[in-house]
Structure formats: structure tokens, C-alpha cells
Design a protein around this ligand. Sequence first.
Ligand code: PEP
Ligand code: MG
Length: 294
Amino acid sequence: ERHALDVFKDVTPKRADGTVIEVAANIGSLEEIEAAQAAGAMGVGLFRTELLFMRHMHLPSEDMQAETYGALAKAFAPYPVIVRTLDIGGDKPVAGIEFPEEENPFLGWRGIRMCLDRPDIFKPQLKALLRAAVHGNVKVMLPMVSDLSEVRRAKALIDECAGELTRDGVPFGHFQLGVMIETPAAVLIAPMLAKEVSFFSIGTNDLTQYVMAADRLNPTVSALNDVANPAVMAAIEMTAKAGVEAGIMVGMCGEAAARPDLIPEFLRMGLTELSMSPASISRAKKRIVELGKA
Ligand code: PEP
Ligand code: MG
């Protein structure tokens, strides 16, 4: 099967109406760039920054982060790289961040919630991303958003960071800001969120667990943890509709983005970017090409 799929690696897949569908990679380190490019990735749709924070015995410095994000952007330019700001919670320990004991870490202090409470951690990451934007097409997305105020506060912090870089004479560029849609709250306020940001990226792994109230790590409820459940598909469709109506890009970076049986649905809903593990890219491109011809 590998050989038959190879011919699709370098294809730019298009929808029947000619719109390019960007098939991008989910990666978590610079070491994965080569494999992603070899697989035909049209950029990065999800760069998980957690590994950078979990790898060392201390928090990564702004300089170290700027270098990492800059190298990522440079490697994929002119394709975009979507970097997700730190999405960490009580279930994943990080040296240098103390987490409270929580009964329900998945409903707790994680993602954007933690970052907004810890500008000492968040601001160096935002400054590093502004600095990296000089080197390519950097986009930034916020994880676990459930309220409009989180986006507004993040934007205010980005402005503050840009002001400080200007003051300090540090060169930087600008990036598009997006949100992950992975909580039911974000789906329900998607029309409002769409006015604040440049793109949506649907995180089906978390969206499924939160819509279905079924822990993504608990095998006992795995039958409910199904993205194809009509409730989850309805949430995805609502999100797509809100994004399309507002004229912003809607993409997906959860595992479901690679499912050949669901790709036709996602394209019908108006998604124009699908991000997945590199191993799935050529198969997804093939599926899109076939649909475009049909
Ligand atoms: C998701 O929730 O769908 C997602 C892409 O993020 P993660 O799996 O890292 O939570
Ligand atoms: Mg998630």
C-alpha cells in the first residue's frame, strides 16, 4: 500500500471547486520535521509545544523557544506552521510549574487557563513566537478556550509582548492568531470567537471527550468516545458553519482529520485544512483527490 500512496505525497489536493485543501502535520519537535516533509506535509497544523517544556529539568528560555519556533517556520516556509501555546495540565508534570492537586484535571487548570494565570510562563512563549514570525509563516493557536475573555486577554498579552520587544529593540514579526475548538463552550460561542481570531482548528480528541462526557483515556467508556457520534459531528458542523460564515479558515488537528470515512463530511462542512500525524498524510491526500474528481 505504501508504494501506491507515494504518488500522492507531492500532490496539492483540491476540492471539487478548486479550493486547495491543506494537509499538514501534527508534530512535537524539530526532529520530526524531516519525516513530515518526506510524507508531503503542506506545513504544520499543530506543533505541540509541551515536549519543549517537559524535556528539561527547567522551563525553556525565551531565546531557546525563539530558536525552536524560528527553525520550524524556516523549514516549512512559505507553508504555515501553527504553533499551539502551552497545553499542559495536572495530568502532565513539568519541572518549574507547580500544579494543584485536582480531582478532575481534564476539567481543571490546563491550557490557556494556566497560561493566563502565569504570565511569567506565557509571555516568554508569546515573545518567542513574535520573534520567530520573522523567519516564516507563523500562526499561533490557543488551546482549551472556553470563554471569549480568554482570547481577549491573550490578545492583550500579545500586544504587551510586542510593546516590550519594540522597547528593547528586538526584531519581531506578526502572526495570525487562532483558537482550538475543543470544548463544547467554544462550539456554542463559535460565532463570537470567529470575530476575534483568524482561524479555528478543531481538536477532535478533546472535543469528543467533552461533548460525550467520556474520558479519552478510559477504556470503559471508549464506545462513547467516538468522533463519528452524531453529537460530535453536529458540534463540528456548527463550528465549521460559524467559521465559514465569518470568512475565517477552519481546520482540524485531532486524530479524526485523518479518517478516510469522515474526510468527505469535513470537506462538505467547509474545512480547508486537515492536520494529522505524518504517516497518514499521503492516504488523506489520496482521499481528497478522489473526492475532487467525483
Ligand atoms: C485535540 O484535543 O484534538 C488535540 C489535537 O490536542 P491534544 O490531543 O494534544 O489534546
Ligand atoms: Mg486537545
